[in-house]
Design a binder for this molecule. Structure first.
Ligand SMILES: Cc1cc2nc3c(=O)[nH]c(=O)nc-3n(C[C@H](O)[C@H](O)[C@H](O)COP(=O)(O)OP(=O)(O)OC[C@H]3O[C@@H](n4cnc5c(N)ncnc54)[C@H](O)[C@@H]3O)c2cc1C
Length: 458
């Protein structure tokens, strides 16, 4: 039987970052990473086909933390571009700039009128925007009826596949920009070229798609076992069964698997944890990537589609992030469709509906030739923030902690987060495992020199 101090399940950014920082911060704990797929990277991995490099939909780097930014920029040194977001919303045959609530200019007048009138009512007769509101009620009180009806409701229902009256607002803070009244009004009357939100600019690898990032981390860790699926975990004995490796005995377990998957293979679970597990909800995203035989199909980065007549909620142009992801003279696109988990989907039929939708809105021409197509389903894509989530996690996480398990990353932590944050989750996890948890002040004092050197390539 193999033995290791730390068993890391998953070789996505969360797992790789944990291993990287275990080494970087001291190297006194042995670790073993078991990754189910044949390549590292998880959702931040890319797939190559017919000269195209496809990501799991758009995967753009938003760097906000000083340490995270320095580390990622060092890992991708010489291979990063910075770009200004060029994102739009398509409604009733017209385009509005993202975010819709600040840019209704360009929409049919009836839509602009609904949005402005509804918003003005929220100013004249404000209702308290208090903690504990559902997302639906919060949207009505914050943006008014028009903006809610034309964008917030249909778009979010299409994405989350959950009644918005059952969703909380905990997730929206940084993801839903809240413009000032003058910005909402100005943006209804003119083309307001102002940037709002956490992703107003982003970085993306010049070459290699987003896979370049996990590859750079993977090159700096050891003991990474690819094609090894964890199938069973005995929490009492601290033994995991891993296809391709057999039984592995560990002292500490770090899991980056979706929390629901971890709980499904771990035992024994007390009844209260089993009940909490059943309360965790998420959606599934079917991501169709296509290669189109036409240069620069659009100058946009991505477009949101709230209307029910389009099966997809978003379509993007990855060759506008990096020319290297498509052959010369071609365009690379990703299209995203959300479903409830377990819903039966006929991908051939869905593909036909997607292509017809793209032609209907004019992004594709009838004459466009599709050179290649790749479906990348994401079974657990967005964690649903409903009213059950917080309570369920308050039962599950302490139980796992007591069993010596750190469940981290976007899906292990059961949250809506992005790549930089996942890398930081791995760093914090390594610090905890090494007994090196630091206060905010210590971090501020020590992160700068610590950032400077990368762990050398193995
Ligand atoms: C549609 C979509 C768009 C996104 N866009 C962006 C974006 O633009 N910018 C951004 O910063 N972030 C974006 N993200 C978030 C980003 O993908 C995640 O934050 C990050 O990749 C999560 O990394 P992780 O290691 O936590 O999880 P994962 O990448 O899911 O890694 C988990 C790993 O565990 C492996 N695994 C699963 N089961 C087993 C098992 N039984 N045994 C062994 N291994 C197993 C998986 O193969 C996987 O490699 C997006 C996410 C989605 C869904």
């Amino acid at each position: 039987m193999k033995k290791t101090d730390v068993l890391i399940l998953g070789g996505g950014l969360g797992g790789l970052s944990t291993a990287y920082h275990l080494d970087r911060l001291g190297g006194r704990l042995s670790y073993l990473i078991a990754e189910a797929k044949r390549t590292p990277g998880g959702l931040a991995g890319s797939v190559r086909r017919d000269g195209f490099t496809f990501d799991h939909t758009g995967h753009l780097l938003h760097l906000h933390d000083p340490y995270g930014k320095t580390l990622i920029m060092d890992l991708l040194k010489g291979n990063l571009s910075v770009q200004e977001r060029n994102a739009w919303i398509y409604i009733r045959g017209a385009y509005a700039r993202y975010p819709f609530q600040a840019n209704t200019f360009g929409m049919p007048w009836k839509v602009v009128e609904d949005c402005v009138a509804g918003y003005v009512k929220t100013l004249l007769r404000p209702r308290p925007v208090e903690a504990g509101l559902s997302f639906r009620e919060w949207s009505l009180r914050t943006f008014g009826e028009g903006i809610s009806k034309h964008f917030m409701f249909p778009y979010n229902e299409k994405l989350w596949r959950t009644p918005l009256s059952r969703m909380t607002t905990e997730w929206q803070g940084r993801f839903v920009p809240k413009p000032a009244p003058e910005e909402v009004l100005y943006g209804a009357l003119s083309d307001q070229r102002k940037f709002f939100g956490y992703n107003a600019t982003f970085r993306y690898p010049v070459r290699g798609g987003i896979q370049a990032l996990p590859d750079a981390l993977a090159a700096r860790v050891s003991n990474l076992h690819l094609g090894c699926v964890a199938t069973k975990i005995d929490l009492r004995e601290k033994v995991a069964v891993i296809a391709g490796l057999g039984e592995v005995r560990y002292e500490k377990l770090v899991s980056t698997l979706p929390l629901v998957d971890l709980l499904d293979i771990a035992s024994p679970l007390p009844p209260r944890v089993q009940t909490a597990r059943r309360k965790l909800r998420y959606n599934t995203v079917f991501n169709l990537n296509i290669g189109v035989a036409r240069r620069k199909v659009s100058d946009k980065h991505w477009v949101y589609f709230p209307e029910a007549s389009f099966p997809f909620y978003r379509a993007g142009f990855s060759s506008n992030f990096s020319a290297a992801v498509a052959p010369e003279g071609a365009t690379s696109m990703y299209i995203e469709v959300a479903r409830k988990p377990g819903e039966r989907v006929d991908l051939n039929r869905l593909e036909g509906q997607i292509l017809s939708g793209l032609r209907r809105c004019g992004l594709l021409k009838a004459s466009d030739k599709i050179l290649t197509r790749v479906w990348l389903p994401i079974p657990c894509a967005y964690v649903v923030y409903d009213f059950d989530r917080t309570q369920a996690l308050a039962t599950i996480f302490p139980f796992l902690r007591d069993a010596g398990v750190s469940s981290i990353g976007r899906y292990g932590g059961w949250k809506y987060s992005f790549m930089e944050e996942t890398i930081l989750d791995g760093k914090r996890c390594a610090e905890r495992l090494l007994g090196r948890e630091r206060t905010g002040e210590e971090r501020r004092m020590t992160d700068r020199p610590f950032q400077a050197e990368l762990k050398p390539l193995k």
